[in-house]
Design a protein around this ligand. Sequence first.
Ligand code: NAP
Length: 525
Amino acid sequence: MTLTGEMLIGATAVRGTEDTFQAINPATGETLAPTFHGGNAADVDRACQLAEAAFDTYRATTPEQRARFLESIAEGIEALGDELVQRAHAETALPIARLQGERGRTAGQLRLFARVVRDGRWQDATLDSALPERTPPRPDLRMQNIPVGPVAVFGASNFPLAFSVAGGDTASALAAGCPVVVKAHPAHPGTSELVGRVIQKAVADNGLPEGVFSIVMGAGIAIGTALVAHPVIQAVGFTGSRTGGMALVKVANERPQPIPVYAEMSSINPVYLLPEALAARGEAIARDLVESLVMGVGQFCTNPGLLLAIEGPALDAFRAAAVAAVSAKAAGTMLTPGIHQAFERGVAQLSAVEGLTRPGCGLAGTGPNQARPAFFETTAERFIADHRMHAEVFGPSTVLVTCRDVDTLLAVTRILEGQLTATVQADAGDQAVAARLLPALERKVGRVLFNGYPTGVEVSFAMVHGGPFPATSDTRTTSVGASAIDRFLRPVCYQNVPAALLPAAVQDGNPLNLWRLKDGELGRA
Ligand code: NAP
């Protein structure tokens, strides 16, 4: 496929008239053809008006039609073959094998949502029979979820496939029945165009209205701001910086009609190294933890940026092994010059903190935009007192916080900000400590995991990739897994609506064969 550098607005390709920009190969610093042409508020308006025009037709599609549409996007992405992986590699410097895995995850995610749509539980069909004899009489009440309306999705820089144009936000919004307008991430515009054209073709092949999907582009905040501010947009999905996410929350809240922004922003993902586990397998944990730290050059939302442990000989052995492992790690190329600069700034700021040492530092880089893994250490008292250590340094950087005892470990936990994950390394003898820790962690995170590492997020029914602020801007939801669809739905109650007018999900006789809650009992009757 020849890249044209155009936006995809409905069925047409549109050359923007604003600033031009090009992708940069972060490994070489070279710019990549073609030149992309940024759009403006008029382009956003056209995409949004088409989305609005498509909404009623799209939301009326059957679950089977919507599922087939999602599956045909997955098939189209797979059919792009090597071209997609090569372009994403050139634009992000992420290794080929990682991108092949991410492509599989992206297709798998689309197929998961096809299954979710067919299954129908997302509709949450609920019926309360009329009770005419009761005083006062109860009316006939029926409830189902419907899609919220057109959704804006911001592609994430760190997952150019799985959290970008056809990523989890887009898949869950399309599954819900919402048209999507994507703001492509300027770090991988070619990858975005390739995937965008697949979705554009899938829209046409499935006989859907063109406004079901559009991509707008532009380097700079104007186009994203115009998109969130557009009156047609009813919800926003975002993965990126805390600054960017909060700026969009502000725009959304200041609209005449405020809308929800589901922003996944920053998390340092504490890892608890409990004493028995450290004593039994501290060196293995150190080795595996450092692998998790440097995976993808630390550019995962779930990167382990904070380690907590109780002082003692087992911790000394762990520290020695972790420092040795970090010191042997090569520098890695980051996604963009901006992300690399932010990492260097973050490491410099941490290095200037009094009472924070850096016993471990990876090998120096040899090319542009390379980050050296960094391993810092401090005490619980200093960590509690200095909030500079609580901020995410996006990249391969972690801080070990040493605690005197279990109470101190819990005290540190209580002052942490919201997190996507908490990991507990615990053996049988640690169970009593873990039992005290777990309720504290439930209050802080979206996912608690034992004896594993936080990087690597399963896309499944029970997954939660969310958590209290600043991990996300809405603590009640997840951006990964089947429940992500809930963000783009809202309930409607039908009171005494004539049978002939009722939507299929709540009609007598259950024509869609859904699991429904009828008079408080779950069933299919
Ligand atoms: P970003 O700067 O937040 O940008 C993400 C997207 O939002 C881009 O399309 C960007 O547009 C847009 N945007 C940002 N600020 C905006 C604003 N005020 N108004 C409207 N649109 C706005 O994230 P990034 O470029 O991916 O990386 C920068 C930093 O984000 C990293 O160093 C890291 O700290 C953090 N990050 C965190 C995660 C995570 O999962 N925790 C993931 C990725 C990045 P333009 O680029 O066109 O301005």
